[in-house]
Write a protein that binds this ligand. Structure first.
Ligand code: URA
Ligand code: CA
Length: 433
């Protein structure tokens, strides 16, 4: 096989065979095919698209380019959850202990974040002592005993995806549905998932800016799941404003604890019920979504889920007393308010720009080697649809620098107050196949 012929084939809109896709990924991973040829192929895929069969082959080839985790020593159906990206998305911190407390096996590998706020691992590291690296045997032992552990991805998980993603980033080929779908699904399969629940976000803060594209991405991923024998469900959710109230690592841990205590923001709680109930049904821990929701609600209200979070922190070397005294996590030097300049109804809180404001404070990374400041971030006091009086605080800013005038300016540019505004619909659709 010659790579140039395969590029030409895709350029002309033809379907690549399973063998050809395997050849490309195997030889790209080993360094036998140069970046410039893969760049050309990526651009051809961007314009010509791929069939579901091609995308599934691509996904499986990427998944098998490195280690594939074997979770079979663990009891139960292993359901993984993934979000295509959001701002202030605290759900994994809540869902992991919540669904584990009602019997779902959660052996989760999470990533770090780039841009906006940190990823789940960064947030967990805001808890003093919490270890995100565990030896394999200990990971398995903890999950078998306690149903839940959340750790970092092993070094050699889907190495082809790391190379492809870095190349896409500099060749304007990130926002391609076959490439996003195969990138996400390959990592879930390599991480050992039997079944997958996806949160496909849409809106300003997301990859998919409109519902039609989000639906296409969701359908592509559920179809890969079906062809690869991993039952997959996708929830299409709104990310035009940040999820919940907290944006920033320690702030989101506190928000997760509040939510597990039954005092979470309405949208975040609803998101956890929507995703958690799908996880329970796929794990066969509930027969129907309604039954699952009843159990999840009971786990939050009884304190069972909170207790599971404490256990998870303890098992992974963290200080579980933060659950009883979460305010100890809030160590930013300066706390200031952003007053509304007029009275009215909040009509816009542009999610990605608020994420950038949090990143400017130090809550996220501009490049992958940047350090994160766990203490800083934003806490929204108003969401879209809420009335506000002139001078009332729109949000609270936690910073370690005294001069945050440029952050405040960016925030004001991305918050609108009007005469009227509706609360956005949180869940747009649920795609089962
Ligand atoms: N997230 C991923 O892991 N890969 C993509 O391509 C896009 C979002
Ligand atoms: Ca949040």
């Amino acid at each position: 096989m010659r790579m140039v012929d395969l590029i030409e084939k895709k350029r002309d809109g033809n379907e690549l065979s399973t063998k050809e896709i395997d050849y490309i990924i195997t030889n790209y991973t080993s360094g036998n095919i140069p970046d410039y040829q893969i760049s050309a192929l990526l651009m051809a895929i961007f314009y010509q698209d791929m069939t579901d069969r091609e995308i599934t082959d691509l996904t499986l080839a990427i998944a098998h380019s490195g280690d594939v985790i074997d979770l079979s020593p663990l009891d139960g159906i292993k359901v993984d959850k993934h979000s295509t990206g959001g701002v202030g998305d605290t759900t994994t911190l809540i869902l992991a202990p919540l669904v584990a407390s009602v019997g779902v096996t959660v052996a989760k590998m999470s990533g770090r974040g780039l841009g906006y706020t940190g990823g789940t691992l960064d947030k967990l590291e805001a808890i003093p002592g919490f270890k995100i690296e565990l030896p394999d045997e200990e990971f398995i032992r903890i999950v078998n005993d306690s149903k839940v552990a959340v750790i970092g991805q092993s070094g050699n998980l889907a190495p082809a995806d790391k190379k492809l993603y870095a190349l896409r980033d500099v060749t304007a080929t990130v926002d391609s549905i076959p490439l996003i779908a195969s990138s996400i699904m390959s990592k879930k399969i390599a991480a050992g998932a039997d079944a997958i629940v996806l949160d496909v976000t849409t809106g300003d803060g997301a990859f998919m800016k409109n519902i039609e594209d989000a639906r296409r991405l969701a359908k592509t991923m559920t179809s890969i799941g079906k062809l690869a024998n991993r039952q997959t469900v996708a929830v299409i959710s709104d990310m035009s404003e940040p999820l919940g109230e907290a944006i920033g690592n320690s702030l989101e841990v506190v928000e997760a604890i509040d939510t597990l205590k039954g005092n979470g923001p309405e949208d975040l709680v609803e998101m956890c019920y929507a995703l958690g109930s799908q996880m329970m049904v796929l794990a066969k821990q509930a027969a129907t979504i309604d039954e699952a929701r009843v159990q999840l609600k009971e786990a939050l209200e009884s304190g069972k889920a909170l207790l599971k979070f404490k256990e998870m922190i303890q098992n992974q070397g963290g200080d579980p007393s933060v659950v009883d005294q979460p305010e100890r996590l809030l160590t930013a030097k300066y706390v200031s308010e952003l007053p509304a300049k007029e009275s009215g109804i909040v009509s816009k809180l542009v999610a990605n720009e608020l994420g950038i404001a949090a990143m400017m404070l130090g809550a996220g990374r501009k490049t992958k080697d940047d350090a994160i400041d766990h203490a800083v971030g934003l806490k929204l006091n108003k969401k879209i649809g809420d009335p506000v009086q002139e001078g009332e605080s729109l949000l609270t800013i936690y910073s370690n620098e005294e001069d945050i005038s440029s952050v405040k300016e960016l925030l004001y540019q991305n918050i609108e107050i009007s005469d009227s505004a509706e609360k956005p619909t949180l869940i747009h659709d649920i795609i089962t196949e």
